[in-house]
Design a protein around this ligand. Sequence first.
Ligand code: AOF
Ligand code: ZN
Length: 357
Amino acid sequence: MERALDLARRGWGRVAPNPLVGAVVLAGDAVVGEGYHAEYGGPHAEVVALQGARERARGATLVVNLEPCTHHGKTPPCTDAILEAGVARVVAAIPDPDPQARGGAALLRARSVAVSVGLLAEAGAALNAPFLFAREQEERPFVALKLATSIDGRIADAAGSSQWVSGEAAREHVHWLRAGFDAIAVGGTTALRDNPQLTVRGPVTPRRPPVRVVFDRRAMLNLGVQLVSTAREVPTWVMSSLDAPPSSVTQLERSGVRVFRPTTLRDGLRMLREAAIQSVLCEGGGALGARLLADGLVDRLYWVQAPVWLGEGAVPAFPGVPPHPLAAAPRWTPVERRALGSDTLLVLDRRLCLPES
Ligand code: AOF
Ligand code: ZN
């Protein structure tokens, strides 16, 4: 299953809004087929793995991180391919919550295939957290907050300088990360001060470039920033408000920016979901991150910790988080730990969405 999860990850940036799926065919202890879902609309992982295994799939075990589908979608049902290949046993990590595709385990059991669901279920749920979240609720996208802090939890020094907290490896990883999100968000102050491009310039070219979203209540952005000047090449959306000066809004719209006027942060996220955004990676600044956290709107933290002390007077990452007594403090679930050069990436989920079978 670990191998299936690793294979699944290769679809990152290419398959959303579909899930990341990998599959391994085992004949005894031998791996006789492997596959993953590589392209949205393309063959499912199970079919690719079974094709590789050919006649060796007869009597074999298929290990896959998602319950096989039963539906005629963009491709025929994986349950048909599994029955046709004569697979004896299927081991899946998590049930498929998709109302059309679900039910593969029961269907296969009814045809005498041994099926177990739940192996490495937490890792399986974490891998497809945005997909599972989208099927659980429609109020907003899955929200991930990326931040780089010092050892002492600061995002900038006392003078406000923050650009080089983390190192090169961490910055490269962010480009990989961006490729798998429908949108990349920043606050208006950060967009003005750092003038970021927020494009994907890494090893994975996303199937659709993520939309760049700026939470800019006062519509302060102007043609001088790259997010606006390149809005016709890569979409830029601004979440302003009803109080924003109409002339600023008009100017942004003339530059090709799509302007929304939500009443609250939550309302802005709702509008993104309505516009088919299922996952957002928020890259700062501190004020936007803190507001999202305070409102309980962060589902995942990508926390890069750099081995540097910034000390007192430096900008804390989480200002204004209300105190919790230890016994009742919310505990997040670590879903990944990884060294990035001398930095450490810790990925934490607020809670796991585990679908019921
Ligand atoms: C995938 N890849 O490897 C598996 C999936 O849009 P379709 O017709 O390709 O079907 C997508 C659904 O199929 C998806 O939501 C999930 O429920 C199920 N399984 N999907 O894209 C795969 N195994
Ligand atoms: Zn399928």
